[in-house]
Design a protein. Structure first.
Lengths: 341, 341
DNA sequence: TTGTAGGCGTTATCAA
DNA sequence: TTGATAACGCCTACAA
């Protein structure tokens, strides 16, 4: 059994290199301020001792953790995996670590505040539209402003920095695609809104319908909830209607999947009997049968841009006075689940 | 513009409650050691000042970050999302934060070591079989042992704590299911192994074939790579063979999906012409057409158990002398992609 | 270019 | 039960 030596500190390195701790510190953070010869000696000593900087001490001293916190309603949703990946990579490139939090528990606003006030994280990447950005941003009564970037699929508070895709326009294009194929009876499975307004994708649907001079049949617009079971349930509901639409715009691919699945059980085939378009372009979309037509969300880009923006704000590169709003676009990906009528 | 007040420290609370900082600290960590009256005063002061503990200072003092690091080859893979979720939840229940790292970059072994040595994380949850657990566990020359739990889909180094599923047995059961349906010509798309041995799922396949007295036709065993394109490619390769197997055991659901997709393009329908069984039971599996028969990995359980074990080790609840090995089982989920011949 | 010294906010020890 | 004090490891004026 090897006895665990204490982890070396900057002092150990200093002793070994026969310099002061200050010099070691300089070599590590501003090498150019140290003569080449001592620098080499210090670097050697660092290697020999296996020294690693103690982040806790550093954070305490610097009042910065070089860590960002990513909060999503459920990281468990595959939708976030690509994003998470991008966040980690971008953060790593800037020398930041990433903490993740699932917005569960009593009062997310409360413990998020905790994270940021407690020098655990320097900024917040918010993927959860249900959190109160007002309280978070101003941090309520303490009045300490916290670097924050919102990147969820709803229209965020304009006072808050955000990186989003233009959901309304994308939804419109999805519907227009169906219209261009000759469909006039177009339904929609919507996604719940977390604020008082209807979700942007629902608004886009309505606008596109109106602009095309088409009626929105209330029984063809059914509320979903992001996942496959909700698409399944929507199909169930629709099967009760006297007449089926010829095309459906589903606000997420997962719902499209559940929807299609239930319909097939009832003998209704896509795209033969009904055209279906989804939203997101999740990885499996192109491998489905039929491959799913959808609006592709640039998830990697969302992750990277949001992270970059946040770190820019943390480091003072971006001004904190004017909120930053980045709007990315989604692309129509035509596959085989939609066809001309 | 509200001017950002400094975040309150324990001193501020102490002053306000007219006690010493030590007392405030006690109220926070060992309330029973403080009289009720002062305790109440302190708690009031905490509330009034909006005090939050400074984790950096605390970590420095305690030499513990109450944070664990989760490292996966690519968090981007949806397979990990459920696990990540479980890890976060379990960790939160124990008062730990979760950092995530994707095993990219030059030398993961190096920067992982960094994380742990630098008081950023107290332990490592390893989902990447390609990392060198030997070097990580002993941390090489420094000889500092680090709390580590491996939870990837390969047989880990027996010296390292691990939470895994019994891949070999599960693979055998998958094949046995096909055999029980009357199949004798059974192929396999394997997953790459990261050590010198073949992957456990491949071994299980071979064993089951041998036990059933069936031949393994080399041209029916093709190397895959976890994702859908590799399943696609495997199908491509197989289509070149003079004869097709009547059943295929795919080492992951993603590969099964890609495989099925390519075959369908060639007019080969599942389960009519070929039975397909996957592995993992990813969320979409039951919504596919046909719904996919598969071996379900208890991913949530893996995440929770691994986290629990790691924290037990960190906190000294579990002994660190004898490595802990938890083996979970996978369940066969029969759906419609397999049928009797 | 290098060293000295002080302090970041906590908690553990010891004494009262 | 409470308080004074020192120390955790680092960085940054300031001084030499």
């Amino acid at each position: 059994m090897m006895k665990p030596k204490k982890t070396p500190t900057i002092q150990d390195v200093a002793r070994r290199a026969e310099v002061s701790a200050a010099t070691v510190s300089r070599v590590l953070s501003a090498p150019e301020r140290v003569s080449k010869s001592t620098r080499d000696r210090v670097n050697a000593a660092v290697r020999e001792t296996g020294y690693t900087i103690n982040q806790a001490a550093r954070s305490l001293r610097l009042k910065a953790a070089r860590t960002i916190l990513m909060a999503a309603p459920n990281i468990g949703n595959p939708y976030y995996s690509t994003i998470t990946d991008a966040v980690i990579i971008e953060a790593a490139e800037r020398g930041y670590s990433v903490m993740v939090a699932s917005s569960i528990g009593d009062d997310p606003n409360l413990w998020l505040r905790d994270y940021l006030l407690s020098t655990r994280a320097d900024g917040l990447l918010l993927f959860d539209g249900s959190l109160d950005t007002n309280r978070l941003h101003g941090l309520g009564d303490t009045g300490v402003a916290m670097p924050l970037v919102a990147a969820y699929d709803e229209l965020p508070d304009p006072k808050v920095n955000s990186v989003i895709t233009d959901n309304r326009a994308a939804a419109k294009r999805a519907v227009q695609h169906l219209v261009s194929l000759g469909h006039r009876n177009i339904g929609h499975i919507s996604v719940p809104s977390r604020n008082q307004n209807p979700h942007e994708r629902l608004i886009g649907y309505r606008e596109a319908m109106a602009e095309a001079g088409l009626d929105v049949r209330p029984e063809w617009v059914v509320a979903g909830g992001y996942n496959m079971p909700s698409g399944h349930a929507a199909a169930e509901a629709l099967l009760g209607a006297k007449e089926l639409p010829t095309a459906m715009f589903c606000a997420t691919d997962e719902m499209a999947l559940g929807f299609m699945h239930r319909l097939r059980q009832a003998g209704i085939e896509c795209p033969r009997d009904i055209s279906i378009i989804g939203f997101d372009d999740i990885a499996v979309a192109e491998y489905l049968d039929p491959p799913l037509t959808t609006m592709r969300q640039p998830r990697e880009k969302i992750g990277r841009m949001a992270t970059r923006t946040l770190i820019d704000i943390i480091e003072g590169i971006a001004s904190e006075n004017e909120p930053i709003h980045v709007v990315l676009t989604s692309d129509l990906v035509v596959r085989q689940s939609t066809r001309a009528i």
